[in-house]
Design a protein around this ligand. Structure first.
Ligand SMILES: [Zn+2]
Length: 258
């Protein structure tokens, strides 16, 4: 686990605080969920790195690339791995299929959202606002969706599902793929809805560029839309909870059948 996070630092995909956050998430997952859960988190991490670096130069020219070669900071790691860690700690106190389903829904959402975002940036057709499909928005705008992004969300959920099946994350194999697909796709769509409806958008007071970040050019940005405290990581946390809830609903629907 530590070796894995250290490799990520050496590959420049996380910074120093990101390393500590990853180690904490990794430890909670490993301790509460065991090796099979840890492999699923590693698969999510790998999907994120591969799709972030895919055509990175093009995304950079677009002005929509993740900074520092896709290096993730600690709030980003906790936003994506935090709720999955809660499921792992829950699994420690009362192991079973319910925390397992919560974990799969949360991690599928993180994977689906990450791949949808990175793949969607490469779409030839302009993103449309999920709440107003007639309105085209610049690539990288939260709440903007593309068909390619949706395919990415489905693909990422499928990969997580297949790996969870191979690693026997749940005792009942028939449940795994539907739980991951429904949780991941619902969570990613929820992420776009929340991104459009409540996420802060604004501009930099120095360079006047539109931005969703809290800080730009070293200064606090001016918020013009959404709730000022709802930035991307907050939306990500809420979405992992929504994705986990969708997986639980799916579990309740399917458990009597299988
Ligand atoms: Zn600026």
């Amino acid at each position: 686990m530590v070796a894995f996070a250290l490799a990520a630092v050496l590959l420049n995909t996380i910074d120093a605080r990101g390393f500590i956050a990853s180690a904490a998430v990794g430890f909670a997952i490993m301790y509460g969920g065991g090796f099979s859960w840890f492999v699923i988190v590693a698969v999510f991490f790998t999907l994120g790195v591969v799709f972030t670096l895919y055509k990175y130069g093009y995304k950079r020219r677009l002005g929509a690339a993740q900074g520092k070669g896709g290096a993730r900071n600690w709030p980003h790691i906790l936003a994506n791995g935090g709720f999955a860690s809660v499921a792992a700690i829950w699994n420690l106190t009362s192991p079973g299929i319910v925390p397992g389903a919560v974990f799969l829904g949360a991690i599928s959402t993180s994977a689906a959202d990450t791949v949808a975002t990175e793949l969607g940036l490469l779409s030839h057709s302009r993103p449309r606002l999920i709440t107003h499909p007639s309105r085209a928005v610049p690539a990288g705008t939260s709440g903007g969706v593309t068909a390619l992004g949706f395919v990415g969300a489905a693909f990422a959920s499928f990969v997580i599902g297949i790996m969870a099946l191979a690693m026997e994350v749940l005792p009942n194999p028939y449940l795994i793929l539907p739980l991951c697909m429904v949780g991941g796709i619902f969570g990613a769509v929820f992420d776009s809805l929340a991104g459009a409806a409540i996420q802060r958008k604004g501009y930099c007071i120095i360079c006047l560029k539109p931005t969703e970040a809290l800080k730009h050019c070293g200064e606090k940005t001016m918020a013009t839309q959404g709730k000022w405290y709802v930035e991307n990581n907050v939306v990500n946390v809420i979405s992992t909870i929504a994705g986990a809830a969708a997986s639980l609903v799916m579990l309740a629907a399917l458990a009597p059948i299988f």
